[in-house]
Ligand binder design. Structure first.
Ligand code: TXA
Ligand code: MG
Length: 350
């Protein structure tokens, strides 16, 4: 049975934290809010507990877990041969949505790193996550608390939807303030590479790492082929989704034509568009989810995964969504998640 405990996201109640920390020390699974998405935590030094994460999520064993710390000073507990730039980045961005891939310490069981020689680590910014990890007194392995291949959870209800009955405890601290997963930066390769874009952008990293690059890593024999978070369909809703890009007027007209054609054929169309465009598509008869005001990428990030779940639950046959093409700030992270949700299907209207 999964027990849900409400927790104050700003000043978590000590009795709730102490109970959840005990559960982690006992080898249990605890879902908790972070500033990005909800995580599914287990004691990272306990291989049996970590194995339960993979079972609960139905996650393949070749997809390594992120280890969470309460303090950057604990880095030597999980990583070895820590380069100076890791400390600089930690000082700048921790606690926060940046994950560093470093050579692993011997104490980290192979199941965490999928047998690889590197470990992903971050210090989250959410008061509940920090209090829980500190009180547990151990590093906490935590992937996103969703079933593998479902959109990441940004509310406790999302976690229950996917994992009810599969985990011991769920701390309900309300919605996650950022909404998309952390930036993953691999510092074990030359040049360092952003494996997953997030709220800490490549431009922000470039100030400390002028040579930093991004995109699909070159396969290496000592680790999983490509960080599976980079698989095209990883964040996909169950319903096929297509992105529409191009000048706003043309793009809107094309989406409307498609929606009308679908409805005429007796199909149910779902759309994901800006707040400004929502009324237009609602009138056309589409199941419409408004993502955010045009150009408000921070709000779009906080709502994206909830929107994908709503569309999935809306019993539609196809989803049409406005592409996000801006690369600044949250643009790269949003465009990355949307392109994966679409499994790469993008229609560019000229
Ligand atoms: O924001 C986040 O990072 C959230 C919260 C809970 O902290 N966690 C999260 O974990 O998104 P997960 O497991 O859903 O995604 C972790 C990503 C995966 O794409 C995984 O393949 C990659 O990090 N990863 C983990 N260890 C790695 C390693 N040693 N080398 C390369 N990639 C790694
Ligand atoms: Mg995930």
């Amino acid at each position: 049975m999964t027990r849900t405990l409400p927790v104050d996201p700003r000043s978590p109640q000590p009795d709730v934290i102490s109970r959840a920390a005990q559960c982690l020390r006992d080898g249990g699974l605890v879902a908790f809010p972070t500033e990005t998405v909800y995580g599914l935590g287990a004691n990272a030094l306990d291989a049996t507990a970590a194995a339960r994460i993979f079972a609960a999520k139905e996650r393949p064993a070749d997809d390594p877990l992120i280890v969470h710390l309460a303090d950057a000073a604990d880095l030597p507990l999980v990583a070895s041969d820590i380069p100076a730039v890791a400390r600089t980045l930690a000082a700048q961005y921790w606690p926060g949505p940046l994950t560093l891939v470093l050579p692993k310490a011997a104490s980290i069981p192979g199941i965490i790193t999928s047998g690889g020689s590197s470990v992903a680590v971050r210090v989250p910014r959410h008061p509940v996550a920090l209090a829980l990890i500190r009180e547990a007194g151990v590093p906490v392995a935590a992937p996103s608390a969703n079933l593998f291949s479902r959109p990441s959870p940004t509310t406790a209800a999302h976690v229950r939807e996917d994992l009810e009955g599969r985990i011991d405890l769920l701390l309900d601290g309300g919605p996650c303030p950022v909404g998309v997963e952390s930036t993953v930066l691999d510092l074990t390769c030359v040049p360092p590479r952003v494996l997953r874009p997030g709220a800490v952008t490549i431009e922000m990293l470039r100030a400390f790492l002028p040579e930093v690059t991004s995109g699909r890593p070159v396969p290496r024999p000592d680790r999983a082929p490509a960080s599976p978070g980079l698989l095209d369909t990883h964040y996909a809703p169950r319903t096929p989704l297509t992105l529409y890009a191009g000048p706003p007027e043309l793009r809107r007209a094309r989406m409307l034509t498609e929606v009308t054609a679908l409805i005429t054929r007796g199909a149910r169309a779902g759309v994901l568009v800006s707040d400004e465009d929502a009324a237009l598509f609602r009138h056309a008869g589409a199941f419409t989810v408004a993502l955010a005001p045009e150009g408000d990428l921070d709000t779009a990030a906080t709502r994206l995964y909830a929107a994908l779940r709503t569309l999935d639950a809306g019993q539609v046959d196809v989803i049409l969504a406005t592409a996000i093409t801006s690369d600044d700030h949250m643009g790269a992270a949003l465009s990355d998640r949307l392109t994966r949700a679409a499994s790469g299907r993008v229609v560019t209207v000229h």
